[in-house]
Design a protein around this ligand. Structure first.
Ligand code: ATP
Ligand code: LTN
Length: 341
């Protein structure tokens, strides 16, 4: 029996090269060796306000991105979270095992609550909506419990994620261990898979901040659907460090970040990259990096157009059926153990 993988991304904003290098790339690399489940987590998306008219389209677009990135529906199961109602059901049971303190400690909760709910203006559905400071959405607090349910429903062995999700995976492990202790062996305790290089791609505008979908400064991120011109401009404008060497030096985080992107897309070793750019200036380096990113994204952007609505629907329907057959078994066991059924 193959070991199992589960991972997911939210259908919000635009996917960037950080999402690809930190997560999607590894999903593709691991799909042969593992039985893989790759989910479009639309229920997570509504923890922050979304335009209902756009969310559904974004959900389908993200499925296309998974496919274009190389997730093979013959090997891996691709599905939409809300098509498998067991995710929401197990979330409730696990919520009753979660503690306020451990949820309030999550750094993503603290960051997202701070950024979105400090009374500043948010554009939603074309109109400005103001959120009052005390009204942090309960969904944001519950977010990691839903993520734990996603993972635990499939008796998952391995969860490929970027560095920012490590804390959520630790909570998932705690919840699994607590449930197993209190109700008897039920869940497999999953391990994270965080790539040694690329787990935290930084903003091109601020190397102290991770590249993020929700960053207001669009110049900080290279989006997977950016055209060649935009990519080249963003890389040309990327901040650099003092000095002239192009190397992986911790004290020069901007250059290290750009070189990491180059390394991962050119499939060279770190030493080969440093050697390749020995004696080059920043201008030459940025030019070659831009070319590498553009050449990498070109076939990806072509492949996105390959999937028409009926073939996509068929993939997602088959995926949801397969996912449900496993999720429902786990949920049944949980309901029996807890006396619900
Ligand atoms: P944002 O990019 O706004 O922080 P997110 O992390 O919520 O959005 P998701 O689409 O849910 O985005 O994330 C998908 C995957 O991408 C996750 O495994 C996450 O850890 C990874 N990831 C996100 N940002 C980066 C980054 N800058 N570098 C590497 N991996 C990342
Ligand atoms: N929280 C993750 C997305 C996510 C996920 C998951 C990742 C939801 N459920 C299960 C791995 C496994 C994020 O990247 N923001």
């Amino acid at each position: 029996m193959k070991k199992r993988i589960f991972s997911g991304a939210q259908p919000t904003g635009e996917l960037h090269i950080g999402n690809y290098l930190g997560a999607l790339k590894n999903w593709v690399a691991l799909q042969d060796e593992y039985e893989s489940f790759y989910c479009i987590v639309n229920l997570h998306a509504i923890t922050l306000p979304q335009d209902p008219k756009i969310l559904r389209q974004k959900t389908l677009d993200l499925a296309r991105i998974y496919l274009a990135a190389g997730v093979d529906p013959e090997k891996a199961t691709i599905f939409i979270q809300s098509d498998v109602p067991e995710h929401a059901e197990l979330t409730w049971v696990l919520s009753c095992q979660s503690r306020m303190g451990e949820l309030e400690r999550m750094t993503q909760f603290k960051d997202k609550a701070k950024v979105k709910f400090k009374g500043e203006q948010l554009t939603f559905g074309g109109e400005d909506v103001t959120f009052g400071a005390p009204s942090v959405g309960f969904g944001l607090l519950a977010y990691p419990v839903l993520m734990a349910a996603d993972i635990l429903l499939y008796q998952t062995d391995l969860v490929p994620i970027g560095q920012d999700q490590k804390q959520h995976l630790e909570l998932t492990r705690d919840l699994a261990e607590r449930f197993n202790r209190d109700f008897g062996d039920t869940f497999k305790v999953p391990e994270p898979f965080i790539p040694p290089v690329g787990a935290k791609i930084m903003s091109l505008q601020d190397p102290a901040k991770k590249m993020s979908k929700s960053d207001e400064n669009l110049n900080g991120s290279i989006f997977l659907l950016d055209d060649a011109d935009t990519i080249t401009k963003k890389i040309k404008r990327a901040v650099t460090d003092s000095g002239t060497d192009i190397n992986f030096d911790e004290t020069r985080p901007a250059i290290k970040n750009l070189l990491t992107i180059y390394q991962l897309l050119s499939a060279k070793t770190a030493d080969e990259c440093v050697e390749h750019f020995a004696g080059s200036g920043y201008g030459d380096f940025k030019g070659q990096l831009a070319e590498t990113v553009v050449e990498f994204l070109r076939p990806f952007q072509e492949r996105i157009k390959e999937y028409d609505a009926p073939s996509l629907d068929a993939i997602l329907k088959k995926g949801a059926e397969k996912a449900r057959s496993i999720a429902s078994e786990t949920l049944q066991d949980v309901y029996e153990k807890t006396g619900i059924k």
